[in-house]
Write a protein that binds this ligand. Structure first.
Ligand code: PMP
Ligand code: GLU
Length: 396
């Protein structure tokens, strides 16, 4: 214990993605010449029809507490839409609305684990996973993946891990942050089938479900294996697909008892999600498809442009992102020349010498890599690449 702070709380570290994003914005506001590709959020405005629904909710006085698990209208709309999408029936009581997908993952971890249970995650993992797992009193079991399998978990790998000891939960994210990798339906089905046979619970983080490019398709494990429903929480939300990050609405779909417990936990921990945002999210789910597709198509163009330029830089390797809006890039070949020991020092040098702010891979479990977000305008992306190329050529 340090002063009044408990041992448990003393181990929590801030989120690198949120803090570097804040830093990039502060530097820009202070008039510094900084280009930041740190943000893991769409740069688009929330679509007008969704904003209008939020304004309407305020004008109509829909500003009081709602049921802890969300307004029935939104739970019913999610249930209708996702039962179609997932090909599995989810009743409206099997939907829990929360303060963003981050909160939904936390709730699912809380409901699926007991103290000291293991939750398997794979590298590169989203930065918040290990911390969230520790916060609920469970233990992260980090499985290292490499370029050899395209940073994907294979059934063989999973089997070998389970032989050493069975985790209670697998927390899997496809399309993935930070690498943009997307499991093929065949790969996902193999994993799902194994989890079903072994009775391992699944938290399937599908927050980037609609942001896929080219021939890539995202298919939920629950759609591939409907029997998985009873041991799975599918987590998603409106943040990324509808440019609604600050509205803070996510949701989990799970069988009724698990959903009930998530709602009960939420009732005591945070209370209902923001009432106004819930009405705006309802509009997004019911009428936001055209805007969603417009933004996805724009991300796809940026991805092509960015990938083409990045691939021409000597010694830079990256998996082609089939989804989400990130390039995770191996820059370790330049560490010696730059005189740095890892991704954090590399990013610090890049910021101080070229005014380019990127996210180091270390906190995602891959210290050889750095993350570029392509959720920025084409001008910003080109400026970032100019600076990156210049930095690399200084040390080539
Ligand atoms: N999962 C992943 C993989 C993410 O990148 C994010 C982004 N913040 C989230 C969950 C959480 O999304 P939200 O903003 O809805 O909490
Ligand atoms: N998920 C985004 C990212 O990885 C947003 C920031 C966060 O919530 O961590 O950058």
């Amino acid at each position: 214990m340090t002063g009044i702070v408990s041992n448990r709380a003393s181990t929590i570290i801030p989120s690198i993605t949120l803090s570097l994003n804040t830093k990039a914005n502060a530097l820009k506001e202070a008039g510094e010449d900084v280009v930041g590709l740190a943000a893991g959020e769409p740069d688009f405005e929330t679509p007008d029809i969704i904003k209008a629904a939020g304004i309407r909710a305020i004008e109509e006085g829909k500003t009081r507490y709602t049921p802890a698990a969300g307004i029935a209208q939104l739970r019913k709309a999610v249930s209708k839409e996702y039962s179609k999408l997932l090909g599995v029936e989810y009743g409206w009581k099997e939907v829990v609305i929360s303060h963003g997908a981050k909160h939904s993952i936390f709730n699912a971890l809380y409901v699926f684990t007991d103290l000291d249970d293991e939750v398997m995650i794979t590298t590169p993992y989203w930065v918040s996973y290990p911390e969230m797992i520790k916060l609920v009193g469970a233990r992260p079991r980090i499985t290292e993946l490499s370029e050899k399998t395209g940073y994907k978990l294979t059934v063989d790998h999973l089997k070998a891990q389970v032989e050493k000891g069975k985790p209670k939960v697998l927390l899997l994210n496809s399309p993935n942050n930070p690498a943009g990798i997307v499991y093929t339906p065949k790969e996902m089905e193999g994993i799902g089938r194994f989890l079903l046979d072994e009775g391992i619970a699944l938290i399937s983080d599908e927050i980037y479900e609609f942001l896929v490019y080219g021939d890539t398709e995202h298919i939920s494990p629950v759609k591939l294996i409907p029997e998985l429903k009873d041991q799975t929480a599918v987590v998603t939300g409106v943040s990324k697909s509808y440019a609604m990050t600050g509205w803070r609405i996510g949701f989990a779909l799970a069988e009724e008892n698990a959903a009930f417990r998530m709602g009960a936990y939420q009732a005591h921990a945070t209370g209902c999600p923001n009432a106004i945002s819930q009405w705006a999210a309802l509009e997004a789910i019911e009428k936001g498809q055209d805007d969603r597709e417009r933004m996805r198509a724009e991300f796809e163009k940026r991805k092509e442009m960015f990938g083409q330029r990045l691939s021409k830089i000597p010694g830079i390797k990256f998996p082609d992102p089939g989804g989400a809006f990130y390039f995770l890039t191996d820059v370790s070949g330049y560490f010696n020349a730059c005189g740095v020991k890892g991704s954090s020092e590399f990013c610090e040098k890049l910021l101080s010498e070229k005014g380019l702010l990127l996210i180091p891979g270390g906190p995602f479990g891959c210290d050889n890599m750095i993350r570029f977000s392509f959720a920025a305008s084409v001008d910003q992306l080109n400026m970032a690449l100019d600076r990156f190329e210049s930095f690399i050529s200084d040390y080539s």
